[in-house]
Design a protein around this ligand. Structure first.
Ligand SMILES: Cc1cc2nc3c(=O)[nH]c(=O)nc-3n(C[C@H](O)[C@H](O)[C@H](O)COP(=O)(O)O)c2cc1C
Length: 377
């Protein structure tokens, strides 16, 4: 006879919906809950707080996990300005957030972990994948995958020092001849890492060639802690396919979110069985404003303009006269002037007067050149 207590009778529920709603679920990194298994990947020079908040706004709150750009432990522990800027985050919008650092010195790493914990960030993440010579030469980034005993010491020391989970982001290995992500992941888990993110390319591959999702799957199956896979997820369908086929707890999206900050919201729509909606031009304009406003206050005006133009070129790639718009905006001295051109561009696209708009933009350029020549004579 069974000694299990009888369970109260429950009427059978309606058949569960088929499709991703059945199998997409949140997971935990230590005691940090990640409700939606889709993370915005760290990208140096791109994913600062303004960018992360802009993506969360475009995707209507569907980003499940944020990671800062990597920050040098030397910069962080000497409180330099760049490190402080990279540490900036809005705890309400960017939550949960991992602060990612790079470096190789155990003591500095522990000090950095304390600083991150005190900042209120939920997770301390160690970069073991950066391929840049100036990082690997000093023992950090992908070089840590060639020095596993140092990596283990770093993780052990950090997990002892702080209460927040310590995580790592690795690559497949150094080069074709030394693919060791599975071994490194096992070692990181033994040392106390609470999550492992894997970009399925080697250091040698940089960002070219194909990411090896077969290897990412092997890593996910080799450890008990959650694994987040990364590499070439360019739309919502691919995100769901990778999540379904890889045994990963979650997936990370990097470059796909630069050209399409709406991608996380589109994934949510697909999960709910809806078609992913494309943003209209009013939404593009709103997102550009949100990004611009988010940068004010912590970035010099010149840098704000530069970043705005960068995003503009991503969001208008392939648009008729998009190049003309970017050249035009480049010449404008103030954000108000820039936005005047951007707004008129989108309006002209919407009411089919883009050729007239292009002619106005050319005239403006000719007038500018005449004025410059006049000024020189
Ligand atoms: C411009 C750029 C900067 C990056 N910076 C970082 C970084 O600071 N830390 C990190 O772990 N990975 C960094 N990566 C790697 C990404 O997080 C990601 O793993 C990789 O781009 C593959 O994903 P994707 O195809 O979705 O972009 C960077 C990638 C790019 C393109």
């Amino acid at each position: 006879m069974s000694n299990k207590p009888d369970l109260p009778y429950k009427a059978p529920r309606a058949a569960p919906p088929s499709g991703p709603a059945m199998w997409v679920r949140g997971f935990a990194i230590g005691d940090v809950r990640v409700e939606q298994p889709f993370a915005l990947a760290p990208m140096s020079g791109v994913t600062d707080t303004a960018f992360r908040r802009m993506v969360q706004s475009a995707s209507q709150g569907a980003v499940g996990l944020f990671v800062t750009e990597f920050i040098s432990i030397e910069g962080l522990t000497s409180y330099n300005l760049l490190a402080q800027t990279r540490m900036a985050f809005d705890p309400k919008t960017e939550n949960p957030l991992a602060v990612q650092v790079f470096g190789a010195d155990v003591y500095r790493m522990v000090e950095a972990a304390h600083i991150v914990e005190q900042s209120g960030a939920q997770i301390f993440d160690i970069n073991c994948g950066c391929p840049a010579p100036k990082v690997v030469r000093r023992g950090g980034g992908a070089e840590l995958m060639r020095d596993p005993s140092r990596l283990a010491r770093i993780i052990e020391a950090c997990t002892k020092a702080v209460k927040i989970p310590v995580t790592v982001k690795i690559r497949s290995g150094w080069d074709d001849a030394s693919i060791n992500a599975v071994e490194v992941a096992r070692l990181c888990e033994r040392a106390g890492a609470a999550m492992i993110a894997v970009h399925g390319r080697s250091r040698q591959q940089l960002y070219g060639g194909e990411p090896d999702w077969g290897l990412v799957t092997q890593v996910a199956e080799a450890v008990e802690v959650p694994v987040i896979g990364s590499g070439d997820i360019s739309d919502g369908e691919i995100a769901l396919e990778r999540l379904r086929d890889s045994s990963c707890a979650g997936v990370m999206i990097g470059r796909g979110a630069i050209t399409n900050p709406w991608i996380f919201g589109q994934i949510r729509q697909l999960i709910q069985g809806q078609a992913a909606t494309e943003p209209d031009n009013a939404e593009r304009l709103r997102v550009l404003h949100a990004f611009h406003d988010g940068m004010l206050g912590y970035m010099p005006a010149g840098a704000v303009a530069g970043r705005l133009k960068q995003l503009l070129s991503r969001l208008t790639k392939g648009f008729p006269h998009g190049m003309l718009l970017r050249a035009r905006v480049l010449r404008e001295p103030t954000p108000a002037d820039m936005f005047a051109w951007i707004e008129s561009f989108f309006a002209a696209l919407d009411d089919d007067s883009i050729e007239d708009w292009a002619e106005r933009a050319r005239q403006r350029e000719r007038a500018r050149l005449r004025a410059t020549r006049g000024g020189l004579s």
